[in-house]
Design a protein around this ligand. Structure first.
Ligand code: SF4
Length: 376
């Protein structure tokens, strides 16, 4: 048995489910939010919700950076590629995310824009070296998992005095999003949080202490089915004991301090941005990063004098509610009819971490005939 199989062991999964059923009090419900879209996909892929007692409700949270990026930010990238003649470098999951009027980077490329998918920021730097006569812009996106790589690219670009490279920065911060979802007050309908392991390897677990102090139990989980079932069990025990705390269920990769070198690189290059608009959550203070003054020459927003314009979500699309955990994908009138992965209306159907994409891929066959009725 290899290491991964141990985290997918069916016998252990059933034992955990039995323990969860035994731990659930019959007189109450348990609403647990999995913050990360990666967790949402594991839950859907392994049908974990079907294994849980009816009192346990898993709520999908705002942890997909593609889904929470508002259409206006995508418009900025499309505009750079189409109208300003830059080589735009992007991770592949951004290619089909709709901006306003359903424009996408894929469609912009078909219209002649020079848009290149990269696997790392180093690829973008290489492209800049290979094309000294062209402006090369890297579309930075993601939480603290991907931000350090952008920070390194900025440092390399400055040390090499790379004159034709810049970053369109959309990097987001985890804690402000959680504060927004939970509300700044004490009243919330969530009983506990399943926090993402990969982000936490960078930010550590101490950042979650404030939520435990406010009464929200937190369990930092990895991305295998047993990780998530264990998270549910231990959160239920925390809730029953009225003893909210932060449990590290990802100790194979994670310490309380996180990754100080990555955090230092971020702090050096990308300080907090005062306000940033999130899809579904509005403008959140100190919730994203901006490129610092020492690296201003590599800031695409300043270099190209870009101005962000908010754009309303498409009519009838409820992505904003989906990312807040307020509604489930099947509640959207467009789910599986007008909106499918082949022809998406909102980012939640596009992203590999989107809740609608997870439900489409793994859960639509269990829905009532009215939802997902045209599923192929
Ligand atoms: S099904 Fe499509 S339109 Fe509806 S919320 Fe999801 S992504 Fe948006």
């Amino acid at each position: 048995m290899n290491l991964i199989e141990q985290f997918r062991d069916g016998g252990l999964a059933h034992a955990l489910c039995d323990a969860i059923a035994a731990a659930c009090r019959p007189d109450r419900d348990y609403r647990l939010m999995e913050v990360c879209g990666g967790h949402t996909h594991v839950i859907a892929r392994y049908s974990l919700e079907d294994l849980l007692p009816p009192q346990v409700r898993l709520v999908h949270g705002p942890g997909c950076p593609v889904c929470v990026l508002p259409a206006g930010r995508i418009d900025l990238a499309i505009g750079l590629a189409l109208d300003r003649g830059v080589i735009l470098c992007t991770y592949g999951d951004m290619m089909r995310v709709p901006g306003s009027h359903r424009a996408t980077l894929t469609r912009a490329r078909a219209a002649g824009a020079d848009i290149r998918m990269v696997l790392s920021t180093l690829d973008a730097l290489r492209i800049a070296h290979e094309n000294p006569a062209r402006e090369v812009v890297f579309l930075g996106i993601g939480f603290e998992t991907t931000a350090p790589a952008t920070a390194v690219a900025l440092k390399v670009a400055r040390s090499e005095a790379l004159a034709n490279f810049s970053v369109l920065n959309n990097h987001l911060l985890t804690a402000p999003a959680l504060r927004a979802v939970l509300g700044e007050g004490d009243e919330t309908t969530l009983d506990g949080l399943i926090a993402p392991g990969h982000v936490s390897t960078i930010i550590g677990t101490r950042l979650y202490d404030e939520f435990a102090e406010r009464g929200q139990g937190v369990y930092v989980a990895g991305f295998e089915p047993l990780d998530l079932l264990e998270a549910v069990l231990l959160l239920i025990r925390q809730i029953n004991d009225r003893a909210p705390r932060v449990d590290n269920g990802y100790s194979r990769a994670l310490t309380a301090e996180g990754n100080p070198r990555a955090l230092a690189a971020m702090a050096e290059t990308m300080p907090e941005r005062r306000g940033f608009e999130w899809r579904g959550l509005g403008i959140l203070a100190d919730s994203a990063t901006q490129i610092g003054e020492d690296f201003a020459a590599f800031d695409a927003e300043r270099r190209f004098d870009l101005c962000y314009e908010p754009v309303p979500d498409p009519k009838s699309c409820i992505c904003a509610d989906i990312v807040r955990g307020a509604r489930r994908p099947e509640a959207c009138k467009l789910f599986g009819t007008v909106c499918t992965p082949d022809d998406p209306i909102g980012p939640c159907m596009v992203s590999s971490e989107g809740a609608c994409a997870a439900q489409w891929r793994f859960g639509r066959h269990r829905l009532a005939p009215t939802a997902g009725a045209v599923a192929a």
